[in-house]
Design a protein around this ligand. Sequence first.
Ligand code: PEP
Ligand code: MG
Length: 584
Amino acid sequence: MSFAIHGLAVSRGIAIGRAVLAASSHVDVAHYFIEPDQVEAEIERVRQGRNAVVEELLRLQAEMPADAPPEISALLDVHLMLLQDEALGNGIKHWIRQRLYNGEWALTTQLEVLARQFDEMEDDYLRERKADLEQVVERILRHMKGAPHPVAAPARAARRQTAQDLLLDDSADVPLVLLAHDLSPADMLQFKQSVFAGFVTDVGGKTSHTAIIARSMDIPAVVGARTASQLVRQDDWVIIDGDAGVLIVDPSPIILAEYGFHQRQSALERERLARLRHTPAVTLDGEAIELLANIEQPADAAAAVQAGAMGVGLFRSEFLFMGRGGKLPGEDEQYRAYCAALEGMQGLPLTIRTVDVGADKPLDKAFKDDHLNPALGLRAIRWSLADPAMFRTQLRAVLRAARHGPVKLLFPMLAHVHEIEQTLAQVDLARAELDARGVPYGAVQLGAMIEVPAAALTVDTFLRYFDFLSIGTNDLIQYTLAIDRADETVAHLYDPLHPAVLRLVADVIAAGHAHGKSVSLCGETAGDVAMTRLLLGLGLRSFSMHPAQILAVKQEVLRADTRRLAPWAQQVLTGEAVATLPAT
Ligand code: PEP
Ligand code: MG
């Protein structure tokens, strides 16, 4: 029976497909399709992983000291029994044969199916065996990780099919949507190359990094859907409505037809917007507006230029540091990555933000920050300044790359003058180190993110030290309103239009103009078309956003008259006018 689950709309569009439930495994699992002729080899690969675990457990049992508690041996028996269980083995074969999932994916999919059955058992003892099953599967996954891996077949792009096609076509080739309790930004990055046509998570807020990456992938996503990953079953048909923040499970033919219509409408809208790609972003009264892109990986740079960006206003370099088991990239590796991004830019400017890990962007799952208030803890520039050698490795790599194209260097989360001074001293030291090694480097402009209220309130000081500023509204809102941006339970209080937030944004823009320095805005509000006119009215002339949003924002710019918007925006600031302007 059809039902709907409501969450937060974080990435627009509609996805229709079968649900894949991500298991809560602690081992990173690759998701790709194998070729039909690889099926038997893949089943054999899983069998070998399982056999290795059986041998390991038998060895453990044999080596058990005579005085070991009998419960341990009994537990190993349970694990051995689960490993031989047909429900596990047959299920895995089913996912590999019918769906062409790779072995690890088949294993975690079947784990999820069986875990549900355990959850529904009346008997406490049996119900608790779920944890044993999870441990056993994790052991197999670890063995498979160490074992030689066939080259992953290139991920088939998830086909955006229409609802009508889906009614007719129930083959293995239907789009898949991923449902998970939570996905880390590093997981999301892995999925960037993958097959999923949409995402849903139980937790997360609108500007959580998981949501941000879904938007950068331009695929429909809903976060904060609370119990979705428990209510939906593996392989259920679902619709993700990324505009309304709704997940529809087991939709009826009428609902499917309705969503098929919406899908076609939004495809038409995209085609219409594509015509604006070469149109300069100039307002009706002749103000040129800079529309820049936010990117996460070097490979995104070329796509950003292709999407019509005049440069990159925010390269979140931390994604080069994540999902590597804590092993950080060295100077040469980073240098190559920045050069690759510059190559994609074709001479347009690239703003590289120094690493911003911490809070909801852990380096790796194993490094999840368990401090009480990670968002207020050792993240971003604080993390960099706590390890100056690591920080200078990044600075040297950026400075060297700057010989190959226009680079701006941006520092996240500065709040104190002494942090500014230490940061700039590290830049000088990095240059001195390169000089000492005789390594050439290029000129960079230096900028600060204004994303802590303290920075916004002392913006004149920042303007004395830096060449440019970039307002990070995601964090500025989080810290001004004391709302955890990743927590769905307070998402309704996360308000970009709060007068306190608008006041800080307006003052930073005005201060930048007064000092003749450029101020950009790179938080999610820059790509929100409902905010474009207000930000233009407040004097903003540079917006940095997901490439997929650029043309929609450009359309707003082309329709705007800043002479008319400026007095209205001042009234919004003082509460004399509402933030929604009648359409022009
Ligand atoms: C911001 O805080 O607005 C920002 C752009 O940085 P991030 O989202 O990476 O914290
Ligand atoms: Mg930020």
